[in-house]
Design a protein around this ligand. Structure first.
Ligand SMILES: [Zn+2]
Length: 106
C-alpha cells in the first residue's frame, strides 16, 4: 500500500466503507496525498467552537470537515453507478482511469 498512488480525485463520488457514515455517498472536496486521506462534502464534519476575538463578540459554532483515510472509501463509477475498484488503461502517452466492473473510462 505504501507508495501507491491515490486513485481518487477531487470531485469524485465515493461510498464510505466504514465508520459512523458507513454506506453513505458523498463527493470528494479535497485530496490530501501526504496523509493518504480525503475530505468529503458534508460528511465527517465536526462542530468546533470559535472563541470571540474581541470582548463583547459572540463565539461561533462552525462545522469543520475532517479528513478520513482513503482506504475507507470506494469510488462510485459514474457509468454503472456501483462502487468499483479503479484500474488504469495506458494508451500510448495517455493513461485513463477505468472502472474494473464495467470497463468505462471514469
Ligand atoms: Zn462502472
Amino acid at each position: 500500500m505504501a507508495g501507491s498512488a491515490i486513485r481518487i480525485k477531487k470531485g469524485d463520488a465515493v461510498k464510505v466503507l466504514s465508520g459512523k457514515e458507513k454506506g453513505k455517498t458523498a463527493n470528494v472536496s479535497r485530496v490530501l496525498p501526504a496523509s493518504r486521506s480525503v475530505v468529503l462534502e458534508g460528511l465527517f464534519s465536526v462542530k468546533k467552537f470559535i472563541r470571540p476575538k474581541k470582548a463583547g463578540e459572540k463565539g461561533q459554532i462552525v462545522q469543520v470537515p475532517r479528513a478520513i483515510q482513503v482506504s475507507k472509501v470506494m469510488l462510485v463509477c459514474k457509468h454503472c453507478g456501483r462502487p468499483a475498484r479503479v484500474g488504469y488503461r495506458v494508451d500510448g502517452a495517455t493513461k485513463s482511469r477505468i472502472c474494473k466492473k464495467c470497463g468505462a473510462t471514469i
